[in-house]
Design a protein around this ligand. Structure first.
Ligand SMILES: NC(=O)c1ccc[n+]([C@@H]2O[C@H](COP(=O)([O-])OP(=O)(O)OC[C@H]3O[C@@H](n4cnc5c(N)ncnc54)[C@H](OP(=O)(O)O)[C@@H]3O)[C@@H](O)[C@H]2O)c1
Length: 279
């Protein structure tokens, strides 16, 4: 039974492919340019682009299960190719944004919802992972200034978020793909705790064994900083997410433990796992 992992070089996808491989599943590693990805020697590797439907039959040949990133531009071609290949179950890395009011008016929610809707209307079984903010966004936000200046600038240091470790998303995907009971489920995924942004920076400092200075800046200054490293469509979503985290306790979730049997990883664990990225 072949499991196809699209984005097998991605932050989440690579852990899905490695995890499936380690439990003995037959894995096909897919990337748009597999030569530039560090896939294991001897692995079943196929080049394919979700936005180029003609590349999909080769990637999906003989597959029963798929891990998928949300690419609305190619989703009709994906559904047609996957159904033709006999795929039975797709786990989609979606987004918690789809549960916002008026999701079709929000660009992040819309792109994920279009893909969810296409899969829900298909003949295939599906599972949707709907995460909130990734812990790995800290690389976008703070990697450059920590490396270059040993400091971060924050508009809302006391804002709380519930960051999700990419390994927990991969563990959810692997469980959903390999164990019964996850068809037709949409899992909203938040981290197990909600540290303030100040505490998150302190966790990175502890992992590096040095103090990181925190400078409080205006929202406009923070926006200008974010624009240096974050895709434009995400800048306002991040600022809004931080601002929302100023009011009351932030929601957290136990879904990782409920589904996988292992507690969700904390931001402190994420910081230790990624210390070298900040050096
Ligand atoms: N960051 C957040 O806070 C957040 C929150 C909720 C949801 N999400 C979702 O999670 C995604 C990010 O996940 P991540 O961190 O694992 O991303 P990532 O590290 O940037 O990896 C994205 C993967 O998608 C693959 N990909 C991109 N375009 C493709 C295409 N046209 N055809 C086939 N594969 C394609 C890439 O593969 P190749 O380049 O090798 O082809 C890459 O491996 C977001 O895009 C969003 O959908 C993110």
């Amino acid at each position: 039974m072949t499991s196809v992992v699209f984005g097998a070089s991605g932050n989440v996808g690579r852990h899905v492919a490695e995890g499936l491989n380690s439990v003995g599943a037959q894995v096909r590693w897919v990337g748009r340019d597999p030569n530039s990805a560090r896939f294991p020697a001897g692995a079943d590797i196929v080049a394919a682009d979700l936005e180029c439907p003609e590349t999909l039959p080769a990637a999906l040949d003989g597959a029963e299960r798929v891990f998928l990133y949300a690419k609305p531009e190619g989703i009709d071609g994906f559904v047609a190719a996957a159904e033709a290949a006999g795929v039975r179950h797709v786990v989609l890395l979606s987004s918690g944004a789809v549960t916002l009011p008026d999701p079709m008016d929000n660009p992040v929610a819309r792109m994920h919802l279009l893909v969810e809707n296409a899969l829900a209307s298909s003949r295939m079984e599906w599972t949707f992972l709907r995460p909130g903010m990734f812990a790995s966004n800290a690389l976008w936000w703070w990697q450059r200034s920590i490396r270059e200046e040993g400091a971060v600038r924050l508009p809302y240091p006391e804002a709380r978020t519930a960051p999700v470790h990419e390994r927990d998303l991969a563990a959810l995907a692997i469980t959903a793909l390999t164990e019964p009971g996850h068809h037709g489920q949409a899992y909203e995924v938040l981290g197990p705790e909600s540290p303030t942004l100040r505490e998150q920076v302190q966790h990175i400092g502890s992992a590096l064994d040095r103090e990181i200075a925190i400078e409080v800046v205006s929202v406009d200054e923070a926006r200008a900083d974010l624009r240096k490293t974050v895709p434009p469509f995400a800048v306002e979503a991040i600022l809004a997410g931080w601002q929302a985290g100023l009011t009351g306790p932030h929601e957290v979730s136990t879904i990782v433990e409920e589904v996988t049997g292992r507690p969700g990883r904390t931001f402190a664990e994420w910081a230790r796992d990624h210390a070298s990225d900040f050096r």
